[in-house]
Write a protein that binds this ligand. Structure first.
Ligand SMILES: *Cc1c(COP(=O)(O)O)cnc(C)c1O
Length: 437
């Protein structure tokens, strides 16, 4: 079974397994509870928090796709992260990358600082001394996210896993950006994969959910126990929808990626684009590693514009096929301004250090017709070109928009009062920590 092609595993997820009526497409079991035949004679299912047939079909498909022994389907991507952390005790150290997903960063830092759930060491895996830092931290768990967000930085999963083995540390990889179609962390030596299935796995921007996939059955059983205990297992309806999305994962990823490659080539020709961030580019610092550990470069990319930040709104307004929104991985193309959206809680200095400039834009490239996407960007750039030549923002006032505020905050070095907390190493907790995402 584990030798089946991704396309087959995904397309046949849950298909023709209905023992009650031989339904080809599996029914959705919304029931919360299950009848006992007699006292002491419970069936395979007793209560849907613990187990649910629809959710189990999705878990089995995800375990097979990632090459794991067991998968647990959770109600959000964040609860998938919470679940993996149950393996840690207060004596343990967790290593996290400095540029992990903001919601994960908030979870790790708050659990470590406010709850003393574990000790935390933040490592920049792009710097040459990451191995020494990990050795010094002696972590029980190392968390990886590659490619990272929004600059698509690559971490060498094999190298980290080799070091982790010598230290007895578990390696968790957040595989949300690539999915098992383009990267299989367990095959590279990782112990656990987490997903926000909200993104590419479901792929239609209509379910928020997550999953944890374990290489080891015993670890999987322990985490399944915790998922039930904590009450963070996924809903049957969400599992049904996600199964439906999952069946087209491979053709979707192929189309996402083919479109992304064309857009990268287009952006490279644009005079107003100062830099394109995409691991598929030979000059990308992680390109060589990406080639050895990924089956493709994915469909997330970012680029910097060589214009005044005040001109961004005119560009965004001109776009018809790229919707201004957070999140990623749906069949529709999205555009995001990390400085004011996904990474707004970083201080201006922290953003600058992380390379997130005021004119950085991130695309989640969808599966629309590529000619339409390119034409849309082309007319957006034409508007931008005209505005930058005339030297002032095009059209209406943009003073009340979050992007302008963030852009202003980033350009005005004095204004950091409102948002200087999330990424400072000595964590000062601010209400803003709970306000975002
Ligand atoms: C979205 C996301 C999460 C969190 O998932 P939710 O489904 O929003 O709870 C975690 N990691 C990454 C990389 C994500 O993109």
């Amino acid at each position: 079974m584990s030798q089946r092609h991704f396309a087959t595993i995904a397309a046949r997820a849950g298909i023709a397994q209905d023992s009650a009526h031989e339904a080809v497409t599996p029914p959705m079991y919304l029931t919360t509870t299950y009848r006992l035949k007699a006292l002491g004679k419970a069936g395979a299912y007793d209560y849907s928090r613990s187990n649910n047939p629809t959710r189990d079909l999705l878990a089995d498909a995800l375990a097979e796709l990632e090459g794991g022994a067991k998968a647990i389907v959770t109600n959000t991507g964040m609860s998938a992260c919470v679940l993996a952390l149950q393996l840690l005790t207060p004596e343990d150290t967790l290593v996290i990358p400095h540029d992990c997903y903001g919601g994960s960063y908030r979870l790790f830092t708050n659990l470590a600082e406010r709850k003393r759930s574990f000790k935390l060491a933040i490592v920049n895996f792009q710097q040459g001394d990451w191995a020494e830092r990990i050795q010094a931290a002696k972590p029980a768990m190392i968390w990886l996210e590659t490619p990272s967000n929004p600059l698509l930085q690559i971490t060498d999963i094999r190298a980290v896993c080799q070091l982790a083995k010598t230290l007895g540390s578990k390696v968790v990889v957040d595989n949300t950006f690539l999915t098992p179609v383009l990267q299989q962390p367990l095959a590279l030596g990782a112990d656990i994969v987490v997903h926000s299935t909200t993104k590419y796995i479901n792929g239609h921007s209509d379910v928020v959910a997550g999953a944890v996939i374990c290489a080891d059955q015993v670890v999987g059983d322990e985490l399944k126990w915790w998922a039930n205990c904590l009450g963070i297992t996924g809903a049957a309806f969400d599992a049904y929808m996600t199964l439906r999305g999952l069946r087209t994962l491979l053709p979707r990823m192929q189309q996402h990626q083919a479109n992304a490659e064309r857009i990268v080539a287009f952006l490279q020709q644009q005079p107003l684009v100062s830099k394109v961030y995409y691991p598929g580019l030979p000059e990308h610092p992680g390109h060589a590693i990406a080639k050895t550990q990924q089956q493709g470069f994915g469909a997330m990319l970012s680029f910097d514009l060589a214009v005044e930040p005040a001109l961004l709104q005119g560009f965004l307004d001109a776009l018809q096929c790229f919707t201004l929104a957070q999140s990623l991985g749906g069949i529709e193309s999205l555009i995001c301004h990390p400085g004011s959206m996904t990474h707004a809680s970083m201080s201006a200095e922290a953003q600058a250090t992380a390379g997130i400039g005021p004119t950085l834009l991130r695309l989640s490239v969808g599966i629309e017709g590529i000619d339409d996407l390119l034409a849309d960007l082309a007319q957006g750039f034409a508007v931008l070109e005209a505005a930058s030549q005339s030297g002032k923002p095009k059209g209406h006032s943009t003073g009340n928009l979050a992007s302008d505020k963030a852009a202003a905050a980033v350009t005005d070095a004095g204004d950091t009062a409102g948002n200087k907390q999330e990424f400072s190493p000595s964590l000062s907790l601010s209400p803003a920590l709970t306000a975002l995402w």
